[in-house]
Design a protein around this ligand. Structure first.
Ligand SMILES: NC(=O)C1=CN([C@@H]2O[C@H](COP(=O)(O)OP(=O)(O)OC[C@H]3O[C@@H](n4cnc5c(N)ncnc54)[C@H](O)[C@@H]3O)[C@@H](O)[C@H]2O)[C@@H](O)CC1
Ligand SMILES: Nc1ncnc2c1ncn2[C@@H]1O[C@H](COP(=O)(O)OP(=O)(O)O)[C@@H](O)[C@H]1O
Ligand SMILES: [K+]
Length: 518
């Protein structure tokens, strides 16, 4: 279950399910409500011991309809339930109206403001004001609710589908948004559950199966999955496992490249060389052992080094210096070899305005600042106050660059020029706040380069389990390498935990790789 659906895709699926005759809208709403109650009792088991007190806030659409179902099911379990409503019964869509009427046969519906004023003693508050249908900022009582919950005044808030006010696509409040302890969504998560401020507003996330059988569209955003051990196994001679070249900066600036190179080696490249200018040779030589060193003063030396076809991938950027990056970039990009561009290489690229001949073997790994330098319009459109999601911005950036773009952050989005896109969200059960440490991006760049250099093609589902296919300089495809490295990078941080510094990341990789195999 790796798909992440936009609101439009979710609506289309629901419509297809209903058209197929497999379910009615009412049935889906009933299952949604049942799922919410089950999730509530699973999340707060003490509430299952004896009937509690619930306040249910119902909005003017089907999210409100889910709320009426939950109110009825809790009342049937003996709970005291107060329902507050925004809008009128007449204005509700048909399924929500039917559930409103069912609830009215067993309880009252008050105005939202009145219920909010009396919700202090509730065991749980159900936010069923708005879900994927939110189209403008909250106002009036709905806004007051969002402010109240965001201020932490209301305990045990359960949001149905989304905390009201949160944009399902961008993971940012449209104006203000409620804050929940638990968010229960349906069928598949939405981008807003993972992006930006989404996880903070959602609290914890539960996805409930409501029995939709219609298949997800092919071209959806997917979550980055745990890699298969077979894809990372090492085989044969060191040259069978690929050779990566990490370009290094001058004297006093070699640390970042050394970090990247060590990560490339740890992730399984057979050989890793540092391309070092004369000024840094002594410094680097004193610091490395398993890594190799090659003198690369400028463009000519790099061109000569690249005549070795066993070099499967390059990494340019960490500690490189913008001027050196600008000199080396054209040579590095000339022959279409796998190339990870990070840090100073991205800044150099931004200075020439993406006119360098990027190609589909490149992976660009910008953080927010670098993304804004490379794609200022997309950064603005996806920034605060913009309308575009980080997913869409990354997708467009990949098309424009003709290369894989990995837009970093706790929510990392990875997109290929052909439209495929993946999200790695270091939140909820995969939170890895320790990654916010200097140099961790350098390690990621090295890991990607190491995977791209590795001398066997990734195994697809059809060939998994058979002997890997050997072909020098045919490493992991850039998109695969980027997604796998992102998962392993976060996993290494999660395994190490508090106190992590970038140097620890390559050293934590063996345990992560062993864990995959075990
Ligand atoms: N799509 C599906 O597959 C399913 C949807 N279900 C529920 O249905 C919800 C979607 O229902 P709707 O499409 O009716 O959308 P919502 O219930 O999220 O809200 C839509 C209504 O709110 C109004 N509105 C939007 N922003 C407003 C604002 N700021 N102030 C005042 N009014 C505003 C709209 O005009 C519309 O009337 C989901 O979030 C989910 O909870 C579930 O019943 C299960 C299945
Ligand atoms: N709060 C966070 N949770 C999880 N991952 C994070 C967080 N902050 C940053 N990261 C990750 O840490 C890395 C930081 O990279 P970058 O910003 O380039 O740092 P540096 O330049 O210091 O190496 C990226 O992989 C990014 O996705
Ligand atoms: K909601």
């Amino acid at each position: 279950m790796t798909e992440i659906l936009t609101s439009a895709q979710m609506r289309a699926l629901e419509a297809r399910e209903i058209e197929s005759g497999r379910a009615t809208g009412r049935a889906l709403m009933e299952r949604a409500g049942r799922g919410v109650v089950a999730a509530l009792l699973a999340h707060w088991p003490a509430l299952g011991n004896q009937p509690g007190k619930a306040v249910v806030l119902c909005g003017p659409g089907n999210n409100g309809g889910d709320g009426f179902v939950v109110a009825r099911l809790l009342r049937n379990r003996g709970w005291q339930v107060a329902v507050g409503m925004l809008g009128t019964a007449e204005g509700l869509p048909p399924d929500a109206r039917a559930n409103h009427d069912l609830w009215r046969s067993m309880g009252r519906v008050a105005a939202l403001d009145a219920v909010l004023a009396g919700c202090a003693g509730a065991d749980v508050i159900i936010d069923a004001l708005f879900g994927i249908g939110l189209s403008r900022p909250l106002e009036g009582a709905a806004r007051r609710w969002a402010e109240m919950s965001a201020a932490g005044l209301a305990a045990r808030v359960l949001a149905i589908d989304l905390p009201s006010g949160l944009c399902a696509e961008r993971g940012q409040p449209i104006g203000v948004a409620a804050r929940a302890a638990l968010t229960v969504s349906f069928h598949r998560p939405k981008p807003g559950h993972y992006l930006g401020a989404g996880p903070d507003h959602c609290g914890a996330l539960e996805i409930v199966d409501i029995g939709i059988q219609a298949p997800c569209p092919e071209a959806v955003l997917r979550r980055v999955e745990r890699p298969a051990a077979a894809d990372l196994a090492k085989v044969g001679h060191k040259f069978d496992n690929g050779h990566a070249l990490v370009l290094c900066g001058g004297y006093g600036r070699s640390g970042a490249a050394r970090l990247a190179a060590r990560a490339a080696l740890r992730i399984g490249a057979g050989l890793v060389s540092l391309g070092v200018p004369g000024s840094a040779q002594m410094e680097v030589a004193a610091q490395i052992t398993a890594l190799m060193m090659q003198r690369i003063e400028g463009a000519e030396d790099l061109a000569a080094a690249l005549t070795d076809r066993r070099l499967g991938a390059l990494c340019l950027g960490p500690g490189l210096g913008v001027a050196r990056a600008a000199e080396l970039l054209p040579v590095a990009l000339a022959d279409g070899r796998g190339c990870v561009l990070d840090a100073d290489a991205l800044t150099a690229l931004a200075e020439v305005g993406l006119r360098a001949p990027l190609h589909s073997g490149c992976v660009l790994t910008p953080h927010g600042g670098e993304f804004a330098r490379l794609f200022p319009d997309l950064a603005e459109a996806s920034g605060s106050g913009g309308e575009m999601s980080k997913v869409e911005a990354t997708r467009q950036a990949a098309v424009r660059a003709g290369a894989v773009v990995l837009y970093k952050g706790p929510d990392t989005v990875i997109a290929a020029p052909d439209g495929r896109a993946f999200l790695h969200a270091a939140c909820y059960e995969r939170a890895a706040p320790w990654l916010a440490t200097a140099g961790s991006g350098d390690v990621l760049a090295g890991m990607i380069a190491g995977l791209m250099a590795r001398g066997h093609a990734p195994l697809d589902a059809a060939t998994r389990g058979h002997a890997p296919l050997h072909a020098a300089a045919q490493g992991h495809a850039p998109l695969n390498a980027a997604t796998m490295a992102t998962w392993l990078h976060a996993e290494a941080a999660r395994g190490f935990g508090p106190g992590l510094i970038a140097e620890d990341l390559p050293e934590a990789l063996p345990q992560v790789l062993a864990g995959l195999a075990g």
